[in-house]
Design a protein around this ligand. Structure first.
Ligand code: DAH
Length: 340
């Protein structure tokens, strides 16, 4: 009778061991079955009432059942351990023969991108790309461009002056002068680069921004040539035909000087907030090179003439990508930069 219930308890525990799905469940079975307060322990506590022979026999039956259960518990535990080990090895598995994933690639800043596009375009039109210093002399930034010290045009550009009379260039035009001096006519050059103005910063003004200066010197260069190159330039940038108009504009280094406007690309003419309801956006100051500037750089204005233009690269990027605040461009915020 007692034998049978021990057998039955043992086989019920064996079934629970086999069914335990987790190490925790198995531990619960162990406590119930062979723990100090488990079912087998309860039975052995009651053995004091038995006769010595019975006690001996039941003791053996109990021991055998206990050993059987402990063996089953151990075996099941080893299964769990093996399974956990395999899972860990699977997770740690590494194929050392695979190629390395490589660094995450960034991309070019939108200003650099436009700059490179324009360089490619102008190189294809026979232009040379020139670089010039960001710290300039007063001579190249002003005097050689027909802006003498007392000229009111100096006030048009708020200048960062440096010790010793040098300055941070306020435009890329000084590279024209360096190009004319070094290469002489005929000349086709562009000079993209960073320029600096001592301005208070707001949504449309930065102390540091980018321009692209261009110049062509040859015989018989006219406003028609200027217009042709400017339209080619703008069509390439905006990837569609743009309508332009010339207005007179004053810059000491060109004569005549112009402001080249493009018909607003947002509204196409009727007027909208972007073009301040005029239908036109001012984009490209330009003109025919002033004879004084040619002469200063050692070029005879009787024989040679040319056009020049100063494109605002930063402004262009803002128009092309519809960026409404210039401060985003150099704010270094990856959420902004990763959009391009
Ligand atoms: N350097 C002028 C500026 O930054 C822009 C400019 C105007 C450049 C007319 C030119 C030009 O070459 O012809 O304000």
């Amino acid at each position: 009778m007692l034998d049978e219930s021990i057998q039955e308890l043992a086989s019920r525990s064996l079934a629970r061991i086999a069914a335990a799905a987790t190490p925790e469940a198995l531990e619960a079975v162990r406590v119930d079955a062979v723990g100090r307060k488990g079912v087998l322990a309860e039975i052995s506590k009651g053995m004091g009432k038995l006769s010595p022979e019975e006690r001996k026999r039941i003791g053996q039956v109990l021991n055998a059942a206990k050993q059987q259960l402990e063996a089953a518990l151990d075996a099941r535990k080893q299964e769990f351990d093996a399974f956990a080990l395999r899972a860990r090895l699977d997770a740690e598995w590494l194929d050392l023969t695979l190629p390395a994933p490589g660094p995450r690639r960034g991309h070019l800043h939108p200003i650099t991108r436009i700059q490179r596009e324009l360089e490619d375009l102008f190189v294809s039109l026979g232009f040379t790309v020139l670089d010039g210093p960001e710290v300039e002399t007063e001579y190249y930034n002003f005097d050689a461009l027909n802006i003498p010290p007392d000229h009111p045009a100096r006030d048009m550009q708020d200048t960062f002056w440096l010790d010793g009379g040098n300055l941070l260039r306020t435009h890329t035009s000084p590279v024209q002068v360096r190009g004319m001096e070094r290469l002489g006519p005929p000349l086709r050059m562009i000079a993209p680069g960073r320029v600096f103005r001592n301005e208070s910063v707001d949504a449309s003004h930065e102390h540091t921004f980018y321009q692209l200066e261009g110049m062509m010197i040859d015989r018989d260069v006219s406003v028609a040539h200027l217009l042709y190159f400017m339209k080619t330039l703008l069509t390439a940038i905006f990837q569609r035909e743009v309508t332009v108009r010339l207005r007179p504009g004053y810059f000491p280094f060109v004569e005549p000087g112009f402001e080249l406007d493009i018909q607003c690309l947002i509204c196409g003419g009727p007027g909208c907030p972007v073009c301040k309801h005029s239908g036109w956006v001012e984009l490209l100051p330009c003109g025919l090179v002033n004879p004084n500037v040619l002469r200063t750089s050692g070029i005879d204005p009787e024989e040679w003439g040319g056009f020049a233009f100063g494109l605002g690269l930063t402004r262009l990027v803002m128009m092309r990508y519809e960026i409404d605040d210039i401060r985003h461009l150099h704010g270094g915020d990856l959420r902004f930069l990763e959009q391009f």
